[in-house]
Ligand binder design. Structure first.
Ligand SMILES: [Ca+2]
Ligand SMILES: [Ca+2]
Length: 343
């Protein structure tokens, strides 16, 4: 018998599994970069900063284009735009348009941000105070109007106030279309981090921040919404990988300043709600990382409680983690600490 170099079926399976595992961690080179508008409450939690890092890393990899960033909650430090600009500037994108929500009464400011003022003061940026920045709705409408039809992906990781404003908007200097028509014409997909599925016992933060807006968007949005509940990000602890990045990295600083259970998130990590939503928005629900629940609808009540119902279909679906969460957390950690490719 000649010596055979054939592998046993078990060895073949192990090798295939190893390749599959490596493949899931590798950058996914899309044919064209996905054009994204990122809608964030950059102020309270630092997962918004981590999510903007992931989005910039994906843009560096040629997988995404950052069309604009809008903030959806009034930052009592008036510095959410500056923090956003500091992060984009770190990645070599100082000119990404930024808009802020001026309607502070609708979404009351939370406690002072642990990190936005520090990012404004300690890192290069040239944004104005939030109340002097362009309005989020104007940035939305101008950005959407300039894009090819059916192309834009919106990723929302905070209150749904801006999305409701867009939904309710009428024609303006940027477009003769109503907000609904603009969404129908320009938006390919909307990914929303909010709620909990299949149901929550109490309201989730992003929905509670502006429950009427959450109800309006859920019931009236004229396009596909891919929901990601709090249970997804809660299982994904990331942050310590930023320790390997330079002190000049504002995202590292945000994780240093924002604690999790009394310890800096830079040391012990924290849940990655917003990073996961960005990843799903850009790469789509990759089957090795996610399963998607379809053929139903999300219902949100006036307290911001959410539920998945299967009594009839809407253009809703929601994400569930497939396999062990550490797989997804590892992808997020890698992207969040990926060195900028700026010139
Ligand atoms: Ca700037
Ligand atoms: Ca957020």
């Amino acid at each position: 018998m000649p010596k055979t170099s054939r592998l046993s079926p078990l060895a073949c399976f192990s090798l295939m599994a190893a390749f599959a595992s490596v493949a899931s961690l590798a950058p996914v080179q899309a044919a064209d970069p996905v054009p994204v508008i990122f809608d964030t409450d950059m102020a309270n939690d630092c997962d918004d900063a981590g999510a903007l890092a992931v989005l910039n890393a994906l843009a560096d990899n040629g997988e995404a284009t950052i069309l604009a960033v809008v903030t959806n909650r009034k930052d009592s430090g008036n510095a959410s735009a500056a923090a956003t600009d500091a992060i984009n500037t770190w990645y070599g994108r100082p000119d990404v348009p930024i808009g802020t929500d001026k309607d502070g009464a609708k979404v009351p400011p939370g406690r002072p941000s642990a990190y936005t003022a520090a990012l404004r003061d300690e890192f290069p940026n040239d944004a104005k105070p939030d109340d002097a920045m362009p309005d989020a709705l104007a940035v939305y409408r101008q950005t959407l109007a300039a894009q090819p039809d059916g192309s834009v992906v919106i990723c929302s990781v905070g209150a749904l106030s801006n999305l409701e404003d867009l939904l309710r908007s009428g024609p303006d200097e940027f477009s003769p279309l109503s907000g609904k028509e603009l969404i129908q014409t320009k938006v390919k997909q909307t990914v929303i981090m909010g709620g909990g599925f299949p149901r929550t016992a109490r309201g989730e933060t992003n929905l509670k921040l502006d429950a009427p807006a959450a109800v309006a968007v859920t019931n009236e949005w004229p396009g596909d919404i891919l929901w990601q509940g709090y249970e997804v990000g809660y299982a994904l602890i990331t942050g310590p990988s930023l320790q390997a990045t330079p002190k000049e990295n504002p995202v590292r600083r945000a994780f240093e300043l924002r604690d999790y259970h009394g310890t800096p998130s830079l040391e012990i990590g924290k849940p990655s709600h917003d990073q996961a939503a960005v990843l799903a928005a850009v790469r789509g629900p990759q089957p090795e990382l996610w399963s998607v629940e379809k053929d139903g609808r999300v219902v949100i009540d006036s307290d911001g409680q959410s539920e998945w119902r299967e009594d009839w279909k809407k253009r809703h679906s929601y994400l569930k983690i497939k396999g062990h969460p550490s797989q997804l957390a590892q992808v997020i950690s890698g992207l969040m600490s990926q060195a900028p490719k700026k010139p």
